[in-house]
Ligand binder design. Structure first.
Ligand SMILES: [Zn+2]
Length: 262
């Protein structure tokens, strides 16, 4: 039995949460950590957790690469965190911008704004003892790592992690986790990451409804069920039995988000 550690259940691709969970269960995936990206999707995430309280755990966030989000949106997300923190397991998805910097007229300004926002959000995660689901790919990873340490945050995952090996080593040595998506099935970079990182520091995620290439190209949108395939590939790369791999990955997810499961 597995948990998808990062999925956008708020997306219209997932019409009915309970239908989504039923499909996932057929693939041995019994639960989903659902992340939000802005005030509206945070509300939808809370709604998903109430629709299926035993199968969905919520995180509220402000996506760092959604550059249209305003300072008012940040204020609202902070209010949402104050109001809902007893009902959620994490802050996310939050982090630092990266992909949006490419075509930005003022990339340095965008990054500075991203740092300010992350500082404010991490302060709330520390206050309410929430795990943190980070979007901090490539050159954003070091900045996010340093921000976590500044706030004394001990529970965090670098979702769909991509960074130089020495940065990954520092992240894992500090006790943080990194997660891999279905890309691990067909992309060398992700396979090398799995080889490098101890299984105790790994999570699996769909980042659904993201569309993947390789053997998944014909499937269209992804969903929580795909983490079963991710776990199978992790087991192969680690040369571990699949059952043992699934148990360890589930334990890692429960440890990070302090999930109770029987
Ligand atoms: Zn995501």
């Amino acid at each position: 039995m597995l948990i998808d550690s990062h999925c956008h259940l708020h997306d219209p691709a997932f019409g009915d949460v309970r239908d989504t969970l039923r499909t996932a269960l057929a693939f041995d995936v019994y639960g989903v950590v659902a992340v939000g990206c802005d005030p509206a999707t945070n509300i939808q995430t809370i709604v998903a957790t109430t629709a299926a309280p035993r199968g969905v755990w919520g995180c509220l966030g402000l996506h760092p690469d959604w550059t249209h989000l305003t300072d008012e949106d940040l204020d609202i997300v902070e209010e949402q965190l104050r109001a809902h923190h007893p009902r959620i397991v994490g802050l996310g998805e939050v982090g630092l911008p990266w992909y949006s910097l490419t075509d930005a007229p003022d990339a340095a300004g965008l990054m500075a704004r991203g740092h300010e926002r992350l500082e404010r959000l991490l302060a709330l995660a520390a206050r309410y003892d929430l795990a943190v689901a980070l979007h901090a790919p490539h050159g954003a990873a070091v900045g996010a790592f340093e921000a976590l340490k500044r706030h004394g945050i001990e529970r965090a995952v670098f979702h769909w992690h991509k960074a130089p090996a020495e940065v990954t080593r520092a992240i894992v040595d500090a006790g943080f986790l990194v997660s891999v998506t279905p890309e691990v099935v067909y992309r060398d970079r992700d396979r090398e990451l799995v080889e490098q990182v101890p299984i105790e520091s790994l999570l699996v995620e769909s980042d659904g409804p993201w569309k993947y290439a390789g053997e998944f190209a014909a499937l269209g949108t992804s969903g929580p069920w795909l983490v079963a395939r991710v776990a199978e590939e992790v087991a192969k790369i680690k040369r571990l039995p699949i059952e043992e791999t699934m148990v360890q990955l589930s334990e890692n997810t429960c440890r990070l988000f302090e999930l109770i499961w029987a």
